[in-house]
Design a protein around this ligand. Sequence first.
Ligand code: R5P
Length: 290
Amino acid sequence: MKIILGPASAQLGKHIAQTLETETVPVAFKTFPDGENYVRLEGQVQNEEVAIVQTTSPPQDTRLMQLALIADSAKRNGAKKITAVVPYLAYARQDRVFLQGEAMSAETIARMLKAAGVERLITVNVHQEKVLSHFPFPAKSVSAIPLLAEYFVKKGQAKAFALSPDEGAVHIAEEARKVLGGECGYLEKSRDRYTGQVNMEKKTLAIEGKTVIIFDDIISSGGTIVAAAKILKELNPQEIYVACVHPLLIGEAEKLIRHAGVEEIVGTDSVPSSVSRVSLAPVISKELAH
Ligand code: R5P
């Protein structure tokens, strides 16, 4: 297998190739003055199984287009099988029609990738796993939560309370608890579908004097974590940390979260950022080696 280094995830791609002890294929890319994308493979893929590593965090439309163009190029140049490794899968939160008249964006993206030549997809902590069952090729989501929890164990935070900001993500807190060895729980969150405003209910949780780590798949505007930290503060924990798989950290998110009293935000290199301290390479390499 060869690893094609998508422009959005070249570092992660190199890390995966090192772990698998396999060759990389660099990609030359540019944007034309009118905004169109250009890519060119700088290596041979003839008769090779290839994995294109390309996250699709913002600017997601550009990165999706680059991914589709790379897949097309790999196919034209004789690649035997094309796997797309897309740690952050753009549009995955629109995994169903919430309001009449909406598109089912996640499926639209999948069909676009299939048309470009993608035959298999690996992503990480996709927002709702069930969306992958509608994809027109095998698609799997692997979890980075144990890697994030291990980061905190190494930091001396074993037994910390693992918390998810809403009930739908309680499986994430449970996964973290298995590594941390403490307790876990969840908050009650709702979001206005029209305004995007997050509402978090007050809740009784036995966290007084304890270290709490909020685990979430995505931090975008930071609204969810800020609201969660506000509720938690009233329950007098010792410290609050945040772990997330996809640190999009749009706008002032990082600052707002720190101001809400969070000691540290830890993310993965799914989205390269100032908080990306945990690499996805081990979990993705393992899946590719299957
Ligand atoms: C939503 O259910 C997700 O799990 C995240 O909690 C959400 O996407 C975070 O978005 P934001 O940071 O804008 O609140």
